[in-house]
Write a new protein. Structure first.
Length: 201
């Protein structure tokens, strides 16, 4: 038998059933298996190859937990839902155009609309668009989250955009980050007390 470590995939459903019955797992021919259930794949080391270490092995439960996600919709479910959505959206557009004949058909939504929406949200959160004579309402933490969303979008779409889309996203991200820097500098400067006057001699 080879001393090369092997990976064993644990069926968590079986382990849950055994745990509910009050059973514990026994040792297998591959080596020592802990009686506590472990999440996901586990490295199994043959007894002859087990290192003699005083440090206890890292338990899978102590690692970063994987969120339990609902099952993804099937391709058929997604197709049916998309068809129903398109029919409903077209019905709504027909209704709006019947009430307002002059507006014409709406252009299809593209990547630039997503970037523009996030840009406008960030600028409004930083007080842009406030009517004259009114005090700006600033949501600086919300603006930061929106700007970070643009950063995530830029990172995740890298290499998958046209030249125009990439330049648009880079320009918008640069613009909102500059506006954020200017605003936070103003906020932090207002929070700093003025230095005391020099002492008279």
């Amino acid at each position: 038998m080879s001393d090369t470590p092997k990976f064993e995939v644990i069926d968590r459903r079986k382990m849950k059933a055994e745990e509910e019955k009050g059973h514990t797992r026994e040792e297998t021919g591959h080596g020592a298996v802990p009686s506590e259930p472990a999440a996901g794949p586990r490295l199994v080391v043959p007894e002859s190859a087990e290192p003699k270490s005083e440090k206890p092995p890292t338990r899978a439960a102590e690692q970063e937990p994987v969120p339990d996600l609902p099952p993804a919709p099937t391709a058929e479910e997604s197709r049916e839902q998309k068809t129903a959505y398109d029919v409903s959206a077209q019905r709504l557009e027909d209704l709006v155009r019947a009430q307002n004949p002059g507006i014409g058909a709406q252009p299809p939504v593209g990547f630039e609309h997503l970037v523009q929406q996030l840009y406008l949200s960030a600028m409004i959160q930083m007080g842009a668009g406030t009517q004259e004579g009114q005090r700006p309402r600033v949501d600086i933490m919300g603006a930061r989250q929106t700007i970070d969303l643009l950063g995530v979008l830029a990172e995740k779409t890298k290499g998958n955009l046209s030249e125009v889309e990439e330049r648009t996203l880079e320009t918008v991200l640069f613009d909102v980050r500059m506006a954020f820097l200017e605003l936070t500098n103003m906020i932090t400067m207002q929070g700093v007390p003025a230095p005391p006057p020099p002492a008279k001699r």
